[in-house]
Design a protein. Sequence first.
Length: 273
Amino acid sequence: MGAPSAPPTHDYEPAGELKIGQVGVANLRVRTLDVARLATEMADRVKRAPKLFARAAVIVDFGGLAATPDAATARALLDGLRSAGVLPVALAYGSSDNEKLSVELGLPLLAKFRAQYESAAEPPAAASVGAAPAASSASSRKIATEADPARPDAGEARASAPAGQPGLIQATPVRSGQQVYADNRDLTVLATVGAGAEVIADGSVHIYGTLRGRALAGAQGNEKARIFCRAFHAELVAIAGNYKVLEEIPKELHGKAVQVWLDGGQLKIAALE
């Protein structure tokens, strides 16, 4: 008799492993529903900072408008943004009309994505197509900095603390793809923040090494927060959502010790004496 046959084996491993992680996604808050103008502004951002914005994932937020646009207008905007060089991937959570629009467009809604620096009492802008009132530089230069506590990721470090607790200290280098977030407090980095890395604090950010990645202070809207850096080569710096990229910063500040702060809604950068 031959040897008994081995029992059949079953592969219970999934073909794809799904994890919910935190990723860097820009939030485009639409204030004037002028498709051509919005596409032109985005193309300009991509041109000025291609390493940061080219093929970047973008959430489209219609919450600043008096009414949700129709599907045809929204599709035209999405096409314009794609032509500008970015990739719209979702709509920001909003009204029931916004939810219906997301279904028509075949895009997901990201609940609670809208950055918390946007005041709930802020009056909505007019929703007329083709209107082009002058936009303030502050409102057009904001990014979402909300870090969602429900989405931990192996590439990030997150530390929550009650108000008044000491700041978070990061003693080791923050490498490309990593994110360190100080919840409700300051963040002090004793080492380098590498290109492609991100450090975020609800308070101020202090970096004693070289900053080559992104630093975001006042993530929950604290306009008093500041960024201090010993050697400045940042891809991006932001306070309460107001940001600048390296290409917009005077070259004489590159490599210098600097501080970054808000003054009247405008982001200021100056060398430390």
